[in-house]
Design a protein around this ligand. Structure first.
Ligand SMILES: C[S@@+](CC[C@H](N)C(=O)[O-])C[C@H]1O[C@@H](n2cnc3c(N)ncnc32)[C@H](O)[C@@H]1O
Length: 205
């Protein structure tokens, strides 16, 4: 997906993917990952997800990466604080109370930017990307994450249709991440329009 596509979505307020409530899979399965409370969590393609606040409330320092400056700004404004962006060569950052948002292209950042992370939370990140970018995204995570990093991944499966969101099957998840990660399918639920949400626990080997 071109950057312009996402910038237009945010400018026009076409952000049907945004959930006001905390993701139920996150609440249900986060503890299963066994990540210690003070360990840093990476949230790629984070939008302005309130799930980052929930992760912070569990004790985790959180690093989100998002292309849209509007999303980064609104995340803090909607949670009651205005944060001045700091320019960096890759884009800019905003930080407050243990949550750092990088406004940048996720594929252009690495561990040297987000620091040592113990876990990754992907809800609507992998499935936002077309097939070639999904391969780049998975390869990037494989390169950048250290052994032992845990990941909660939430995907969607549905017949046909043009994305985003894209349908990503279990076979594709395994093709993208194995070898390099162990992949355990944790759960699934039917949602609207013949769509099924599927949640996975990945561990970087
Ligand atoms: C479907 S939304 C999901 C946002 C968030 N994960 C959530 O659950 O609400 C995908 C987000 O990824 C952002 N995005 C797309 N490509 C990106 C990239 N290469 N680097 C960083 N963010 C990107 C978009 O601007 C959009 O906010």
């Amino acid at each position: 997906m071109e950057h312009a596509f996402w910038h237009a979505r945010w400018q026009e307020g076409r952000i049907g993917f945004h959930q006001a409530d905390i993701n139920l899979w996150l609440r249900q399965y986060w503890s299963r990952l066994g990540v210690s409370g003070d360990a840093r969590v990476l949230v790629p393609l984070c939008g302005k997800s309130s799930d980052m606040l929930w992760l912070r409330e569990q004790g985790h320092p959180v690093v989100g990466v998002e292309l849209s400056d509007l999303a980064c700004r609104d995340f803090f404004v909607e949670h009651g604080t205005q944060v001045t962006p700091v320019a960096v060569p890759e884009g800019h950052t905003r930080e407050r109370d243990g949550i750092t948002l990088w406004c940048a292209d996720f594929l252009e950042l690495g561990a040297e930017h987000w620091g040592e992370v113990a876990a990754v939370y992907d809800r609507a990140a992998l499935i936002a990307l077309p097939p070639p970018m999904r391969r780049s995204y998975a390869a990037h995570l494989r390169r950048q994450l250290s052994s032992g990093v845990e990941m909660l991944l939430v995907t969607l499966e549905f017949p046909g249709g043009e994305g985003p969101p894209f349908s990503v099957t279990e076979a594709e998840v395994r093709q993208l991440f194995e070898p390099g990660f162990t992949v355990v399918r944790l759960d699934q639920a039917e949602v609207e329009n013949e769509r099924r949400e599927v949640v996975y626990h990945l561990t970087r080997q």
